[in-house]
Design a protein around this ligand. Structure first.
Ligand code: URA
Length: 192
């Protein structure tokens, strides 16, 4: 039986060769995700930006710095969680990924989730929330726990957050995100 780390490595090797959409031909590298394969918490953002495309690591730019600060505040080590994105390849000029690109990348994300089996998935931003909780409004359900059965992964706990990049320069959204983030330990305790 392969370890989760070994399963992820095999998956990443397959992802590198993906041609299901055109983003792989314009990005520098695939940003698979990073962190502890045994993590209880999996954060899922939108798509890599410039810095992520350069380094191959998710959330290493300005939004990533903000995410690190919030993780530190609740005493969660970044290495102890897993961080991935809905799209693994950077869209040119940081445009939003198209519905077709998101759909093309979806099976990769499902496989990551099936390997890691997190107790809690934390969605970062509207695009990530929308994939799991279709038709919901992030302004209404941010900071709440949703339990949903998703085809391909089964029953799963979701906690909904605004995207750190969107909140970075928006005072009130920033406050809301920080407040919601501080509730993560309580949310995790509730589902144990
Ligand atoms: N924004 C995202 O959604 N993901 C990243 O990896 C970086 C910025």
């Amino acid at each position: 039986m392969l370890s989760k780390q070994e399963q992820l490595s095999k998956l990443n090797a397959r992802m590198t060769k993906c041609t299901k959409c055109t983003l792989r031909s314009t990005c520098s590298r695939v940003v698979f995700g990073s962190g502890d394969p045994e993590a209880e918490i999996m954060f899922i953002g939108e798509a890599p930006g410039k810095k992520e495309d350069e380094t191959g690591q998710p959330f290493v730019g300005a939004a990533g710095k903000f995410l690190n600060e919030m993780l530190a505040e609740i005493k969660l080590k970044r290495e102890a969680v897993y961080i991935a994105n809905v799209c693994k390849c950077r869209p040119p000029e940081n445009r939003d990924p198209s519905p077709e690109e998101i759909a093309a990348c979806w099976p990769w994300l499902l496989e990551q989730i099936r390997i890691i089996q997190p107790k809690l998935i934390i969605t970062l931003g509207r695009h990530s929330m929308e994939r799991f909780l279709t038709g919901q409004k992030i302004s209404q359900i941010h900071g709440t726990l949703a339990i949903k059965t998703v085809p391909g992964i089964g029953k799963q706990n979701f906690y909904i957050l605004y995207h750190p990049a969107a909140a970075l320069y928006n005072g009130s959204m920033r406050e809301t995100l920080i407040r919601d983030f501080r509730k993560i330990p309580k949310v995790l305790a509730k589902i144990h």
